[in-house]
Design a protein around this ligand. Structure first.
Ligand code: PGA
Length: 250
C-alpha cells in the first residue's frame, strides 16, 4: 500500500510571521493525519516553521538546494545547512527552476545525488510544456527527465525519492490535467520504474500530481490508480484550502 503524500510548496510567498501563522494552523488541523504531509516554506522561514511544526508529524521541506556541498557559491544554500534546520525533504527540478532559472537535467541530477547521499528525501519534479504535449512528446520528455534526473541513483536510495508529475501548463494556471490524463502519465512513470528498477520498485514508488490541485479536485485525482499524492502550490498558501486537500480521505 502506498501512503498518500500531500506536500505544499509555498514558493516565494510569506514573511516569517505569516509562515509561522500558517504552519501553526496546519499543525493544529492535521495532528491525526494518516497521510504523509510536508510543507516547503521559503528558506528564510524554515527555522521558524520547523519550530511551529514540532510534534505535528508534518515534514519540513525546502524548495531547492545547491548542487555543491560548500564553497564560493554566492547566494546558494547547501544541503547541510538545510539539514541543520531540520529539513527532511527537498524539492528538486521544479518546473520554475527548470524553465525560469534554466536548470539542466545534469544539474538536477547532481542535486538529487547529493541530497540522497546526505540522507535527505527528494521530490523530483517532471513534466512537459504545452508545446511538448501538443507535439505528442509527453512520454519522451518525462522519460528523459527521469532517466537524466535519476542517473547513477541506486535502487537502495529510491525509498528516499518521490516523483511529482507536474505538467507545466497546469501550474498556477487553474488548468488541471483531467484525472484520466494525469493517471496515464503516472502509469507511464510507473512503467519506466518497472523497466529501469524492477516491478516491485515501480509498485512502491510514490508519484504525486501537481498543477492547480484544489479542494474541489483532489478526491477525483486521488481516486486514480497511479496517483498517490499531490504537490500543491497556490492552494497550499492558506489553511482553508490546504487543510481540506490534506484531509481528502478523512
Ligand atoms: P499550483 O503549483 O498548485 O499553484 O499549480 C503547483 C506547483 O508548482 O508545485
Amino acid at each position: 500500500m502506498r501512503q498518500p503524500y500531500v506536500a505544499g510548496n509555498w514558493k516565494m510567498y510569506k514573511t516569517v510571521a505569516e509562515a509561522v501563522s500558517l504552519a501553526t494552523e496546519l499543525a493544529d488541523g492535521l495532528k491525526h493525519s494518516r497521510n504523509k504531509l510536508m510543507v516547503a516554506p521559503p528558506f528564510t522561514a524554515l527555522s521558524a516553521v520547523g519550530a511551529a511544526l514540532t510534534g505535528s508529524g508534518i515534514l519540513l521541506g525546502a524548495q531547492n538546494m545547491a548542487a555543491e556541498l560548500e564553497g564560493a557559491h554566492t547566494g546558494e544554500i547547501s544541503v547541510r545547512m538545510l539539514k541543520d534546520l531540520g529539513v527532511r525533504v527537498v524539492i528538486i527540478g521544479h518546473s520554475e527552476r527548470r524553465h525560469v532559472y534554466h536548470e539542466s537535467d545534469e544539474l538536477i541530477n547532481q542535486k538529487v545525488r547529493l541530497a540522497l547521499t546526505e540522507g535527505m528525501e527528494v521530490i523530483l519534479c517532471v513534466g512537459e510544456t504545452l508545446d511538448e504535449r501538443e507535439a505528442g512528446e509527453v512520454e519522451r520528455v518525462v522519460g528523459t527527465q527521469l532517466q537524466a534526473g535519476l542517473s547513477g541513483v541506486e535502487l537502495g536510495s529510491l525509498e528516499q525519492v518521490t516523483i511529482a508529475y507536474e505538467p507545466v501548463w497546469a501550474i498556477g494556471t487553474g488548468k488541471t490535467a483531467t484525472p484520466a490524463d494525469a493517471d496515464a502519465v503516472h502509469q507511464y512513470i510507473r512503467r519506466w520504474f518497472s523497466e529501469t528498477y524492477g516491478s516491485d520498485t515501480a509498485l512502491s514508488m510514490i508519484v504525486q500530481y501537481g498543477g492547480s490541485v484544489k479542494p474541489g479536485n483532489i478526491a477525483a485525482l486521488m481516486n486514480m490508480e497511479n496517483i498517490d499524492g499531490a504537490l500543491v502550490g497556490g492552494a497550499s498558501l492558506k489553511a482553508e484550502t490546504f487543510l481540506p486537500i490534506s484531509r481528502f480521505n478523512d
